[in-house]
Design a protein around this ligand. Structure first.
Ligand code: DX5
Ligand code: ZN
Length: 240
């Protein structure tokens, strides 16, 4: 055993199955050949594909809606993790589920009715996730932690790919890890934003289960396969 982030014990992985999941975000992918781009990620063995839906209100940018999700659904057979950066997500949950979303993440800050929303996501047969903006404390999900499958820590302010990782996110991941473990829950902790070879392993050590990586995976420096392989190697340590 050796010491990891904030003194957490850390050991080398002896499992062939990766313990930290990788979820490429297609935000910086080439949308002109999106089918190939998502198939490259699937072939590289990633666990989830992360689809960033932005409405121009909750965040300034507009990306895409259910039609693109449905196209990706046809192209690959892996878990689709839908990140709804939209206001009033309750009005769109069914459309994204219908389009093929397996996990539907809504923002704590985007609805007055978080409990009802996560219940609706599960009622439609999807896994329910709640995302927290950088200024939102971990305790915001206390009352719904038993009703969700995933909590997502935003390590950047949502809106764009390629931003720098906010260091305080690691403390939030640790707090959530200890609360989830204390209550014996199986809620996954996902970290989104600024994940790379340096921040990714630190997130894993802090207790993350899933890492979203956008510009690290989809860039013009190397192939999707090479980038996923590099991140996987850097994550070849596991949390205790
Ligand atoms: C930001 C999005 C992220 C983003 C991650 O609003 O939610 O999923 O695409 O991109 P990188 O990994 O480049 O920070
Ligand atoms: Zn995202």
């Amino acid at each position: 055993m050796r010491q990891g982030y904030n003194g957490r014990a850390m050991r080398e992985s002896t499992h062939s199955r990766p313990l930290v999941k990788i979820a490429p975000s297609i935000l910086t992918a080439d949308f002109g050949r999106i089918t190939e781009q998502v198939q490259e990620a699937a072939a590289a063995g990633v666990e989830y594909l992360h689809l960033d839906v932005m409405d121009g209100h909750f965040v300034p940018v507009i990306t895409f809606g259910p039609a693109l999700v449905a196209a990706v659904r046809k192209a690959v057979d892996i878990t689709l993790d839908i990140h709804l950066m939209i206001e009033r997500p309750e009005e769109q949950i069914a459309a994204f589920r219908e389009a093929g979303g397996d996990i539907i993440n809504i923002h704590y800050e985007a609805t007055h009715h978080l409990h009802r929303c996560v219940g609706e996501i599960r009622r439609l047969g999807a896994k329910a996730g709640v995302s927290l903006n950088p200024a939102t404390p971990a305790s915001a999900v206390d009352e719904v932690l038993g009703d969700i499958d995933q909590v997502m820590v935003m390590a950047v302010n949502p809106g764009w790919g390629g931003q720098s990782f906010i260091e305080a996110s690691l403390g939030k991941v640790e707090q959530l890890r200890s609360e989830i473990d204390r209550r014996g829950l199986s809620v996954e902790i996902e970290v989104d934003g600024g994940v790379n070879l340096s921040t990714g392993p630190r997130c894993a050590l802090a207790g993350a289960d899933v890492l979203v990586a956008g510009s690290f995976v989809y860039n013009d420096k190397a192939s999707v396969a090479e980038n996923v392989k590099a991140l996987r190697s850097a994550l070849a340590v596991v949390k205790p």
